[in-house]
Design a binder for this molecule. Sequence first.
Ligand code: NAP
Length: 449
Amino acid sequence: MNGLDKVDELRVAVIGSGPAGLYAASALTDLDNVSVDVIDRLPTPFGLVRYGVAPDHFKIKSVADTLRKVLQRDRVRFLGNVTFGVDLSIADLHQHYDAFVVANGAALDRRLGVPGEDLSGSFSATDFVAWYSGHPDTAIERFSLAARAVAVIGVGNVAVDIVRILAKTAAELRATDMPDTVLDVLAASQLEDLHLIGRRGPAYAKFTTKELRELGELTNADVIVDPDDLVVDDEARAVLDGSPNARRNLEVLEAWAQREPSGRPRRIHLRFGLSPVEITGAREVDGIVLTGRAGSGNTVLPVQMVLRAIGYRGSAVPGLPFDDERGVIPNDAGRILRDGVPSDREYVAGWIKRGPTGVIGTNKGDATETVRSLLEDGPGRRARASERRPDAILDLLRSRSVHVVDQRGWDAIDRNEIARGLARDAERVKIAELHLLLAAALQGQNESP
Ligand code: NAP
């Protein structure tokens, strides 16, 4: 019994085609009387699987194959290039759908709040990851990588991804889906020193051991760890006692602290207990000032580039409540709360529900919980969409001059990228420019009526 027995069909909109959105679409369409429109502001689906998972993490990237199958289900439609809050309002969703699930992630970056953060050469990880992932929001010429030394602030998996990508040779990255322009810039990089900087001790590092270990396996870089950074006090000992991941991380770091550098072209310096206080430079970054444990004075590193990888943040959706402190939409098991009260037919899943934590798989349980709430609330007890024609939403978008990229459009982009990959022995090479994505989609949609 799912509460739907008395109605022919439940029509649900899912906002966002990343893992959370598509896991929600999957759980919903496991029932045969539910249909789902998956709406995304981009002409391409898969969210952070396409634009966040590092291009050289082929195994994690293959989650896209699972998500692809969800999108191809008969009762799932893809409506790409449609911006929720601009092209469609909350009122439109209420009119056309019996319920909606917001799963648009946490796309904003967090700031350090130190002087010099806006100098040329200081960037957010969000921006840098978007660039090497070929995200149309970041101009393909945004990064030139003239730096010889870079400081990456934060010790989470995003920071580790960035350092690894920067440390690899272009030859090692050829088989990825990075756009050619990105590969060319990375190939010309003169980087020698990469500093990965944690503000607390290694026990508190957020990266997972598997990701950390990969740094030690790079052919192009030595990993350098100062044993003095690895001293464990009582508080850190308690953290280690409670966290197998932290214990494994420390073991790996301790082994590296014993290693002699072997003269590889690049050096990754893993530093702990150092907080940024200022990024220096007249117009362009020329250094970073870090403060250490009390009494140890400041450390100044000469770097020409700073990347802050200190976490993501959700942004408010027009017309929906927002918890500004946590950067999430307030909810109870996925039911959006307006003034503390579950609102009618409005749900949330993924990072915008729980904050930017966890791995891709975490979104499966998260989305399932939301779908369970949605089905428990049952359409019998609440208002339903007044407009029940599935194509009415497409007519509405057309009347607003929105060019919807549908499944055929995305398939055409997909084919185009796979064809580009042949020249590089890569599974695909991404199209990064929005106008080219739209042109490929349009051609596909015109060819197959
Ligand atoms: P994260 O895991 O939350 O790490 C953020 C890091 O930034 C922490 O080390 C944090 O230190 C530090 N930080 C925060 N504010 C700071 C400040 N003002 N100054 C200096 N350091 C500061 O975030 P993330 O790396 O963005 O990753 C987001 C999520 O995606 C995580 O769940 C991650 O595991 C996941 N992810 C997974 C993979 C993978 O599985 N391969 C890859 C990428 C991302 P404190 O602890 O001291 O706050």
